[in-house]
Design a protein around this ligand. Structure first.
Ligand code: NAD
Ligand code: G6P
Ligand code: MN
Length: 443
């Protein structure tokens, strides 16, 4: 059986150790001969890499491992690029969240002005990864979950139209796991769903089990009472902090807006922006929470492994929920025809929506990549929301490409969470100042 070679781009990510451990758990279904780490920041990646090297030697010594900041070394001889970079690191996420809050506007890493600012930073970084892949391993596929996925996906669609890149988000995976658990099913894999939207901006319209039984009524009954909160918290979930519990509970209110569907958690930022601002601590946002929590834990644990020269007793955990990445790689490698929610060019999947939009819909995935499943026509309410939001995302990519101050201002004006054009301009000028070393100069 063929064994695969993969490169993890963003080797220094807080998610890297959990993903490596997850890959090891799945070696029987997805055999690996080589894992490489690539990052543009050696000192950050080295800590994760040294710890993962020790861990790999102990648990899977047959796998070749290397970590590098050299693109040629990283991207040569690979089958899959698993990409999760964060251009600007947590220091910039903190600014994305705090600058909008100064204006009483939602401060979030992928939604509103924060997401726009992050998008302007990420586009160049992800395009660079695509180019390295096409240069050094043109047969490879990139499985990208670098955020903000909606803007990154639009950028790669438009600026690298033939690239073999698939953009994916784990939020639907996480919510479906909760849906399954809320009605007593063992796993999300028992659900067959219909869903449409943009990334972090979508709705489930139908959920059945494999026999065809409609599960929507039971799930809705749970969501109407508890949102996506569960009585027992999901073990090994990525989303356990208090801020995430708040988000899952808030889905109850979001659901009330259209009880014929079930909503993505991120819609709360667009429907209840004032609540989010009121609830936020402008001096300690989610970035601070993650730096004090996940980032600190991962890096101190890597340090401990390096000092002890062993990972046998590590508290680093398998990121089992990230196994959707293995499902996606397997779908391409073995033509499994798995049904998965992916971010793909619309091209008819949503009949009455911009054909060039990057939409999140169920796809059948095989060796040729994803084939979107048509979701028919969507109602006026969602269509109106999505048209406004997709215009924001497209304007950001145009602004980046054309270096256009005006288009970025228009993107901010159109963002549902920004109250008016004047605030949009003040915000833009603040964001330009903060992002000087990351954004292209605008004129
Ligand atoms: P992190 O800051 O811990 O790690 C990101 C790594 O990327 C850092 O080591 C950084 O040095 C590196 N990097 C930055 N720019 C780079 C570039 N141009 N080239 C190569 N490497 C670069 O961040 P994290 O919290 O672990 O998150 C990583 C990414 O994964 C983020 O974009 C996050 O939003 C995303 N993410 C997405 C999903 C999803 O649902 N799509 C889920 C979880 C995380
Ligand atoms: C969800 C989203 C991701 C996002 C993550 C943020 O999983 O789908 O796109 O990156 O949440 O989580 P964090 O713990 O970093 O706030
Ligand atoms: Mn996501």
């Amino acid at each position: 059986m063929k064994k695969f070679s993969i490169v993890i781009a963003g080797g220094g990510s807080t998610f890297t150790p959990g993903i490596v451990l997850m890959l090891l758990e799945h070696l029987d279904r997805f055999p690996i001969r080589q894992i490489k780490f690539y990052d543009n920041l050696a000192e950050r990646q080295d800590k994760v890499a040294q710890a993962c090297e020790i861990l790999l030697k102990e648990r899977a010594p047959e796998i070749d491992f290397l970590a590098t900041t050299d693109p040629e070394t990283a991207f040569t001889d690979v089958d899959f690029v698993m990409a999760h970079i964060r251009v600007g690191l947590y220091a910039m996420r903190e600014k994305d969240e705090k600058i909008p809050l100064k204006y009483g506007v939602v401060g979030q890493e992928t939604c509103g002005p924060g997401g726009i600012a992050y998008g302007m930073r990420s586009i160049g970084g992800v395009l660079e990864l695509v180019d390295y892949m096409e240069t050094y391993s043109p047969q490879a596929w990139m499985l990208n979950y670098s955020n903000p996925a909606a803007i990154v996906a639009e950028a790669t669609r438009k600026l690298r139209p033939t690239a073999k890149i698939i953009n994916i988000c784990d939020m639907p995976v996480g919510i479906e796991e909760r849906m399954a658990q809320s009605i007593g099913l063992a796993s999300r894999k028992e659900l067959i769903v219909r869903y449409y939207g943009l990334n972090h901006f979508g709705w489930w319209t139908d959920i059945r089990d494999k026999t065809g039984k409609d599960l929507m009524p039971a799930i809705k009954a749970h969501v109407a009472k508890h949102g996506y909160s569960l009585t027992e918290e999901i073990e090994a979930s990525q989303h356990t902090d208090a801020s995430w519990s708040h988000t899952f509970a808030k889905a109850k209110e979001v659901y009330e807006i259209d009880p014929s569907t079930l909503p993505n958690t991120y819609l709360k930022y667009y429907f209840f922006p004032q609540d989010e601002v009121a609830h936020a601590n402008p001096n300690f946002t989610r970035a601070n929470e993650v730096m004090a929590g996940r980032e600190k834990h991962v890096f101190s644990e890597c340090q401990r492994i390096i000092e002890n020269k062993t990972a046998t007793d590590t508290s680093l955990e398998v990121d089992e929920h990230a196994s959707y990445i293995v499902d996606l790689a397997r779908a391409i490698a073995y033509n499994t025809q798995e049904r998965m929610l992916l971010i793909v060019p619309n091209e008819g999947a949503i009949v009455n929506f911009d054909q060039t939009a990057m939409v999140e819909v169920p796809c059948i995935v095989g060796s040729n990549g994803p084939e979107p499943i048509t979701q028919g026509s969507i109602p006026r309410f969602q269509k109106g929301m999505m048209e406004q939001q997709v215009a924001v995302e497209k304007l950001v990519v145009e602004a980046w490409e054309e270096r256009s101050y005006h288009k970025l201002w228009q993107a901010l004006i159109l963002s549902k969470v920004v109250p008016n054009a004047r605030v949009a301009k003040e915000l833009l000028d603040d964001l330009i100042e903060a992002n000087q070393s990351f954004w292209p100069p605008l004129h």
